[in-house]
Design a protein around this ligand. Structure first.
Ligand SMILES: Nc1ncnc2c1ncn2[C@@H]1O[C@H](COP(=O)(O)OP(=O)(O)OP(=O)(O)O)[C@@H](O)[C@H]1O
Length: 265
């Protein structure tokens, strides 16, 4: 295994159309190997920017990211990425979409097929291989995106609002599935969401970012076995505390998802 992340003094300023945008300011964070960390915050607080810097897809204006001893400045095979839109190639079968990273890594065809099938089984889609993406539901496509990211066996999975575009019941199912995969394989996961309930259900540790410029406002360690009961007194108190730090009223969809999650879990 490659060790955890060490993020030291990471700042990022974009050239905005009228004035510079300070997306991140002096982010300092360590993520332990095997830890499940959720980056939580409202739109525009720099969550995606931070995740992309951790993935080596963007470089910081200043500061450094290390995975173990390795300085991250470009994409790395030890790091897998899952986005909100899985961006599957419509002309390739599901299996051949999952094989993509293996192809780039030069893995022979027979081995690619075996590994793709194993990973489709892992995400609960054993029969999807010969199908095309258009034949799958949004939730199934997102599972394929996860299978594709896991197929190259990265040590770390970086996930940017991966369940943001699926319906609510599917989202709850995908959360449960992700926790199962994580507990079986114990990869390091850094997961971006703006949904407080999702953060509480998933995280070992929640890192709250606030905007203007993006900074770490607070972190919380979440105790308790999974699956978690969101209506337990401890987790209700944590939810209220997080909202008090986010400031203002919870966004409509967050309230709804919290309620749904309480019902669903
Ligand atoms: N390429 C870019 N050029 C200019 N500004 C950018 C660029 N990418 C991000 N920003 C700005 O940086 C800030 C942080 O953006 P980022 O997408 O990281 O936030 P976020 O918390 O992930 O938001 P969301 O939840 O809406 O995806 C925002 O003000 C955004 O407009």
């Amino acid at each position: 295994m490659s060790g955890g992340f060490t993020i030291e003094g990471v700042s990022k300023t974009f050239d905005g159309s009228s004035s510079p945008v300070r997306a991140l300011d002096d982010i300092r964070l360590t993520v332990e190997e095997g830890e499940f960390v959720v980056l939580l915050g409202r739109s525009g607080c720099g969550k995606s920017t931070l995740l992309e810097i951790m993935a080596g897809l963007q470089n910081p204006t200043s500061g450094t990211v290390h995975l173990g001893q390795e300085l991250i400045t470009e994409p790395n095979e030890k790091i897998g990425m899952v986005f909100q839109d899985p961006s599957l190639y419509p002309w390739r079968t599901v299996a051949r979409n999952v094989e993509l990273g293996l192809e780039l890594a030069g893995v022979p065809k027979a081995r690619r097929k075996t590994v793709a099938q194993e990973h489709l089984e892992l995400v609960g889609l054993p029969d999807a291989g010969p199908k095309y993406p258009r034949q799958l539901s949004g939730g199934m496509r997102q599972r394929v995106g996860i299978a594709r990211a896991l197929a190259t066996e990265p040590d770390v999975l970086l996930m940017d609002e991966p369940f943001g575009a699926v319906d609510h019941l599917t989202r709850l199912q995908l959360q449960r599935d992700l926790l199962r995969l994580w507990s079986e394989h114990k990869r390091t996961v850094v997961f971006v969401t703006h949904d407080v309930a999702e953060a509480i259900v998933l995280a070992d540790r929640i890192v709250l970012l606030t905007p203007g410029p993006g900074r770490i406002a607070r972190t919380w360690t979440v105790d308790g076995e999974r699956p978690r009961e969101l209506d337990s007194p401890e987790l209700m108190a944590l939810r209220d505390e997080i909202y008090s730090h986010i400031g203002g009223e919870p966004a409509e969809e967050s309230v709804q998802s919290t309620v749904d999650s309480q019902v669903g879990l």
